[in-house]
Design a protein around this ligand. Structure first.
Ligand SMILES: Nc1ncnc2c1ncn2[C@@H]1O[C@H](COP(=O)(O)OP(=O)(O)O)[C@@H](O)[C@H]1O
Ligand SMILES: [Mg+2]
Length: 241
């Protein structure tokens, strides 16, 4: 038996019903996502990118088809287990960072631990370690308003990592950053994948593709292409920019 993939999708269909109308957002998606890979999903607006990302993170369920995570069918889990899956197996990164403005950088990083029942003080060492990992060791006590966009996104990356999830999902993580700052975030996401995780990113940014190992294009809810590519940067370790 071959190793199960980090994620394997078969014949995924996702339809939204609004009034009497049915919109088919995903139309027969099949793909494998491996550990250690940084995958980007690109495609025009409305092609189904966000819908696909939400299904990968069990934020939503498909109308039909199979999604296996490390060999286990996600759809077969009850609600409690799906929410457990989201808390422990998946880290999310968003375009607008979604940091809490009244909390410091390290407290923001610690939030998923708090939601999982760990006390703030107990979560602090790991939060500080991860801020170091993303190059923000000296900003732990700053609030979001005292950080640049790139620094806020680094805090969000650290927050996504605090539960040690094997799967990191990012929806347009560089969409609100200038290209140099965005490139540093992409390099960081590539390093995180190289540590043995899967990173899946939705992006409009064609330049982002060169930081990835695999590029999947979506068009009208179907896969247009799915190609392994050579990454521009391959060295590992933390980056500072
Ligand atoms: N919650 C929803 N209800 C109804 N239709 C939706 C919903 N979310 C997305 N859609 C539709 O599904 C299609 C794909 O949307 P989406 O996944 O957001 O695309 P993308 O992220 O590539 O822009 C679009 O036609 C969109 O209008
Ligand atoms: Mg979208």
């Amino acid at each position: 038996m071959p190793e199960p993939a980090m994620l394997e999708l078969q014949d995924i269909i996702k339809e939204y019903r609004i009034g009497g109308q049915v919109v088919r957002a995903l139309d027969g998606i099949g793909l494998r996502i491996e550990a250690g890979e940084f995958t980007s999903i690109i495609g025009p607006s409305g092609s189904g990118k966000s819908t696909l990302l939400h299904l990968l993170g069990a934020l939503d369920t498909p109308t039909s088809g199979s999604i296996r995570f490390q060999g286990n069918e996600i759809g077969a889990l009850d609600d409690e287990r799906q929410s457990e899956f989201r808390r422990h197996r998946v880290g999310f990164i968003f375009q607008f960072f979604n940091l809490l403005p009244t909390l410091t950088a390290w407290e923001n990083v610690a939030i998923p631990k708090l939601l999982d029942g760990t006390g703030l003080r107990k979560a602090k060492p790991r939060a500080l370690e991860l801020l170091d990992r993303v190059g923000l060791g000296d900003r732990a006590g700053h609030r979001p308003s005292e950080l640049s966009g790139g620094q806020m996104q680094r805090v969000a990356v650290a927050r996504a990592l605090i539960m040690d999830p094997p799967l990191i999902l990012a929806d347009e993580p560089t969409g609100n950053l200038d290209s140099k700052t965005g490139a540093a975030i992409l390099k960081l996401l590539g390093d995180i994948a190289a540590d043995g995780n899967s990173v899946v990113m939705v992006t409009h940014d064609m330049g982002a593709v060169e930081y990835c190992d695999r590029v999947i294009t979506l068009r009208d809810g179907q896969i247009g292409s799915n190609d392994a590519v050579a990454r521009k940067t391959r060295e590992t370790g933390s980056v500072h920019a």
